[in-house]
Design a protein around this ligand. Structure first.
Ligand SMILES: C[S@@+](CC[C@H](N)C(=O)[O-])C[C@H]1O[C@@H](n2cnc3c(N)ncnc32)[C@H](O)[C@@H]1O
Length: 259
């Protein structure tokens, strides 16, 4: 999407979205979620070490060969370029942690590891949890694995390979998914396929987060399709990511919020 379209879409979102103050959110569940997850900014002790690692990656000049799943053409990129441009911000990464922490997630699945920053947040909830993350590019995955070792994160299982191939096997080993973060192939066909494959393993309290829902018209289409899926009861559109709920105790409602 070109820069102007992206600014226009953000501006439109800003004008039509509610403040995250919780006002106008009538469902008690959503009100609590808004207050204690979206608005919460209490730091957890794990945040500092992950952010120190992010800073060191921003200065890492190693050159990696990137496997591109869209075009199939390999190219090179430095670690610092990836760390600066292609991973979630500190605030958004910490939001992922808060979401998973709020529902006391024990089984977390991430599609799209990159350098492992969001994985490190999602895998830091407790020593007993399981966090499986899927990455297709071997050289990027090697840096992520190194990062998990540096942070001494033993909860994380990194699966290297094309998600189209690895996901069914991973799902067979994870009968219950509490949190799923979809941040890999930004094409609607892939996102919809991954979402559908995960559905049999989600339960009433599961939360699925879809990244970059306005990245392209095609991604917007994926978001609309997912929001309107019969299994989905509610959603929150934060522009940079969309949050999906399956809780049947909550009235079906779709929120747009400024974040
Ligand atoms: C946006 S990055 C993930 C960023 C990461 N979640 C973070 O914010 O820290 C997306 C990653 O997904 C990987 N990817 C894209 N399509 C894939 C596929 N079909 N199979 C496996 N990995 C894929 C890319 O190699 C890339 O590293």
């Amino acid at each position: 999407m070109n820069h102007f379209t992206s600014i226009y879409k953000y501006f439109k979102h800003f004008l039509t979205a509610k403040n995250t103050g919780g006002h106008g959110v009538h469902s008690p569940f959503m009100y609590q979620f808004t207050r204690y997850v979206l608005l919460e900014n209490h730091p957890f002790y794990v945040f500092d070490s992950i952010e120190r690692l992010r800073e060191s990656l921003k200065m890492d000049r190693r050159v990696l060969t990137i496997t591109d799943f869209g075009t199939g053409v390999n190219r090179t990129r430095t670690v610092n370029d990836i760390a600066k441009k292609s991973i979630k911000s500190t605030r958004e990464s910490q939001l992922l942690f808060r979401i998973a922490h709020y529902i006391k997630a024990e089984n977390v699945l991430e599609l799209g590891t990159s350098l492992g920053i969001t994985t490190s947040y999602l895998g830091s909830l407790s020593p007993r949890m399981k966090c499986v993350t899927l990455e297709g590019c071997p050289q990027i995955a090697a840096v992520a694995a190194e990062n998990f070792r540096k942070l001494n994160l033993k909860t994380i299982e990194l699966v290297v390979g094309n998600i189209d191939v690895t996901l069914p096997g991973v799902l067979a080993s994870m009968p219950q998914l509490d949190v799923v973060f979809i941040d890999a192939n930004h094409r609607s066909s892939a996102v919809l396929q991954y979402f559908e494959l995960c559905l049999p393993n989600v339960h009433n309290n599961s939360i699925v987060i879809i990244d970059d829902i306005y990245w392209s018209d095609d991604m917007e289409l994926a978001w609309q399709t997912i929001k309107n899926h019969p299994r989905v009861t509610s959603s929150i559109d934060l522009f940079h990511m969309g949050i999906i709920f399956f809780n049947t105790d909550v009235n079906k409602m779709h929120y747009k919020m400024r974040y």
